[in-house]
Design a protein around this ligand. Structure first.
Ligand SMILES: NC(=O)C1=CN([C@@H]2O[C@H](COP(=O)(O)OP(=O)(O)OC[C@H]3O[C@@H](n4cnc5c(N)ncnc54)[C@H](O)[C@@H]3O)[C@@H](O)[C@H]2O)C=CC1
Ligand SMILES: O=C([O-])CC(=O)C(=O)O
Length: 266
């Protein structure tokens, strides 16, 4: 039985806890949230993992695997120390790695602890194909993120436009993955994941679109290189608790955890 500490108990974290309820190979043994989130996390645990305590830090022992579903600050605060202690970590907030130096810090912490940090594919597919294609050489990678206008609320997309009044699709950003991550950090996960698997943050071309005609998060990746070419479109249903987040991200996190416990992983 693999003992898992979960960092973050929001839209993704709470769904992960729910899906792992009763799993024979994995047990959530700790849930880590900031002080102000303790009561809500404890109430959820009561329902899906009775006996498990919400805490503000990862326990120093009794944890085989840490999974992060909380954001940049939690990576600095909890994932880096866990890696240095030798505990393997699974990271969902891949967009945070577009911040200068964070990917290198994670690598160094994992080397120090003699362990590994795994970045999940999250809301996007084809990451295995893209990372394999990179070995043969990639010429171009283009990513388009298309979401309903409400998913862009609270971002620079609101500057100079009324998202609620859009009657046709509107390109809100076009440029490099690095610029996209800086301007839209809460929507940067797919752009960062595609960049890390492919051509990097500066050579990955990104378009972000607010489209009143869609009610899903539509992610499209087009890649060309020595391997040939592929186009992939994902039409992801958003989580009710957070329209910026695709439900597939939850399944991707659970898959990563189950693969750690499985004798045959796919
Ligand atoms: N890889 C991917 O494709 C995707 C990744 N994400 C990322 O996953 C993360 C979680 O997303 P959601 O669950 O939708 O967000 P959310 O806002 O619903 O939940 C975040 C949770 O993290 C907790 N938290 C925040 N700071 C913390 C800290 N320093 N220590 C411990 N807990 C902390 C909050 O209290 C909350 O429980 C975000 O960083 C998001 O950008 C989201 C969608 C797709
Ligand atoms: O679709 C999602 O879950 C999240 C997303 O666009 C991103 O963060 O890049």
């Amino acid at each position: 039985m693999l003992r898992v500490a979960l960092i973050g108990c929001g839209a993704i974290g709470s769904s992960v806890i729910e899906l792992l309820k009763g799993d024979a190979s994995l047990a959530v043994v700790a849930v880590v949230v900031p002080q102000e989130g303790l009561a809500a996390a404890q109430a959820l645990l009561q329902k899906f993992a009775p006996g498990v305590q919400a805490a503000t830090a990862v326990p120093a022992s009794g944890v085989d695997l840490v999974v992060e579903t909380a954001g940049h600050a939690a990576i600095e605060e909890h994932v880096l120390p866990a890696l240095r202690r030798g505990t393997p970590c699974v990271v969902a907030s891949v967009g945070a790695l577009s911040a200068q130096g964070l990917a290198e810090k994670l690598e160094i912490a994992a080397i120090t602890g003699g362990t590994q940090v795994q970045l999940i594919a999250g809301a996007i597919g084809g990451i295995d194909a893209l990372a394999a294609a990179r070995i043969g050489g990639l010429d171009s990678v283009r990513y388009t993120g298309r979401k309903p206008p409400r998913a862009w609320k609270g971002t620079p997309a609101e500057q100079g436009r009324d998202l609620d009044a859009l009657s046709a699709e509107c390109v809100i950003f076009e440029g490099s993955a690095r610029e996209a991550a800086a301007l839209y950090p809460k929507n940067a996960n797919v752009a960062a994941t595609v960049s890390l698997a492919g051509l990097g943050l500066d050579r990955t071309h990104v378009r972000l679109v607010a489209d009143p005609a869609v009610d899903e998060n539509v992610h499209t990746v087009e890649a060309e290189g020595a391997f040939g070419r592929f186009e992939l479109s994902m039409h992801n249903k958003p989580l009710a608790a957070n329209p910026k987040t695709s439900a597939l991200t939850v399944y991707s996190a659970v898959r990563a955890l189950r693969n750690r416990a499985a004798a045959l992983a796919i």
